[in-house]
Design a protein around this ligand. Structure first.
Ligand SMILES: Cc1cc2nc3c(=O)[nH]c(=O)nc-3n(C[C@H](O)[C@H](O)[C@H](O)COP(=O)(O)OP(=O)(O)OC[C@H]3O[C@@H](n4cnc5c(N)ncnc54)[C@H](O)[C@@H]3O)c2cc1C
Length: 423
């Protein structure tokens, strides 16, 4: 029998092969373009932004020219109209080349995905729908026309971003809009975004704060009363520049509502996969750690001497274990992003927690194994692996679906049906 011919090794193959994963032609073409952009534009700039902990603003200017800021803006509003799953696949491709840019891009894109395809699948009254459609046109026009950047500062350091308490940032209704007061920590794109997509609690004097009164507002970054404080010198994801935002009596006009009253709370409860959107960046980092290892052991990594290390059985076993972990991660994640929808079944929600946990933990496990397997010269700062290792460590910390919270919910919700209690 003739020996099976091996295909040539392709370091730039898509993470999800279009034929194997049955991707529609248009989606495969979109991903091809995004991958090329990541390789050509993001990769060469990633090291410097990581070293300086500087925001990659030029990447975002270039994304505007490429149409990527509007990837999830509906087509009728001038965007690419990408679905939840298409966006996730695209973000994974960018995460391969620059984790910090992909994660910051996620914050921006979610302001269009959540107000776009996701909101279209939510129940709204005719009046709410009309109000929402009119307001989102304003945001989409800024993004498509001017390249405006939106961010997603939700975290406050307490239980609110974990979904367990009302947001401490408050919006008091006043003539024509709201006065916003509060503080947001870890605000990616701080100082770079044009609008901060703030979650806050609408509260009139004397009312108790309630989660169902959460408002989602586009707070203009240059409004009076907005300040950016603190420094940003973290372990990984340094280019996200996630400093602290302070809001002191910031006036936000009513038209800046990104969702009508009550709709964000409805989205968070009936569209839980919206919180899976932090995972694509880390799916890309997992692939990047694997790609690095293959190229390095083959002696083909650009910028390193052509020394082959692939002939050692211990290295082959390590690569086999990495491949198993990568395939498991990809398959579970692909399934979870493919079944994202409004009102998913309990099984689908549990699978989404499992997918988030798996991607976030495995990205770092793969990077760690890559360093151990490739050896000392592979972890020098002039090579990408060291950055991939540090960036990937951040995944399991990201609220509201931290790795711990995913495990906590998976255990409890597997054992208890809704309303069940022990005596
Ligand atoms: C690189 C990077 C970029 C980020 N960018 C953004 C951003 O743009 N916008 C944004 O909003 N956030 C962002 N975050 C913030 C992130 O989601 C966390 O809020 C952040 O890591 C701060 O965490 P913490 O130490 O307050 O969290 P923790 O102390 O882990 O959690 C905060 C609170 O959540 C609750 N909680 C935590 N774990 C559990 C548990 N297991 N069970 C029950 N309750 C729990 C508790 O009330 C806890 O006090 C970013 C984080 C990183 C690392």
């Amino acid at each position: 029998m003739p020996a099976r011919e091996l295909d040539a090794y392709d370091a730039e193959a898509p993470i999800f092969d279009a034929t194997a994963f049955r991707l529609p032609k248009a989606e495969a073409a979109l991903l091809e373009g995004v991958r090329g952009f990541g390789r050509r534009v993001l990769a060469p700039r990633a090291e410097q932004h990581d070293r300086d902990a500087s925001f990659p603003l030029q990447n975002f200017r270039d994304m505007h020219a490429e149409g990527l800021l509007a990837i999830c803006v509906p087509q009728e509003a001038g965007g690419a109209g990408a679905s939840f799953a298409s966006y996730c696949l695209a973000a994974a491709e960018l995460g391969r080349y620059c984790g910090a840019t992909a994660l910051s891009w996620n914050m921006h894109v979610c302001s269009t995905l959540w107000t776009g395809a996701l909101a279209d699948a939510l129940e709204m009254s005719a009046a709410e729908r009309a109000e929402h459609n009119a307001r989102r046109r304003l945001h989409y026009a800024r993004i498509v026309g001017e390249g405006a950047l939106y961010s997603q500062p939700f975290s406050e350091g307490g239980a609110a971003a974990a979904g367990a308490a009302p947001f401490g940032t408050e919006a008091k209704p006043v003539d024509g809009g709201f006065l916003v007061n509060g503080k947001k920590i870890f605000a990616s794109l701080s100082g770079a975004a044009d609008y901060y997509g703030v979650l806050c609690t609408e509260r009139t004097q004397g009312d108790a704060a309630k989660r169902r009164n959460t408002l989602y507002l586009a707070l203009p970054a240059r409004a009076n009363g907005v300040s950016v404080t603190g420094d940003w010198d973290p372990l990984g994801m340094r280019g996200t520049v996630s400093r602290t935002l302070l809001f002191k009596d910031v006036f936000v006009a009513e038209d800046e509502m990104l969702m009508p009253r009550g709709v964000y709370f409805r989205a968070a409860t009936s569209w839980p996969h919206m919180f899976l959107t932090l995972s694509p960046t880390y799916m890309g980092l997992a692939q990047a750690a694997y790609d690095f290892t293959i190229a390095y052991l083959r002696g083909e990594l650009p910028g390193t001497p052509p020394v082959k290390r692939r002939m050692f059985p211990t290295k082959q076993i390590a690569v086999a274990e990495m491949r198993v972990m990568l395939e498991q991660t990809k398959t579970l994640w692909f399934q979870a992003i493919s079944e994202a929808r409004a009102n998913p079944s309990k099984e689908q929600v549990l699978r989404a927690y499992a997918a988030q946990y798996t991607v976030m933990e495995n990205a770092n496990a793969l990077a760690s194994k890559a360093i151990r397997t490739c050896g000392g010269q592979a972890m020098l700062k002039n090579l990408a692996l060291e950055r991939i290792y540090r960036d990937s460590r951040c995944g399991s910390l990201m609220l509201p679906w931290t790795a711990e919270i995913c495990l906590d919910r998976l255990g409890r919700e597997s054992l208890y049906e809704a309303g069940e209690q022990d005596d």
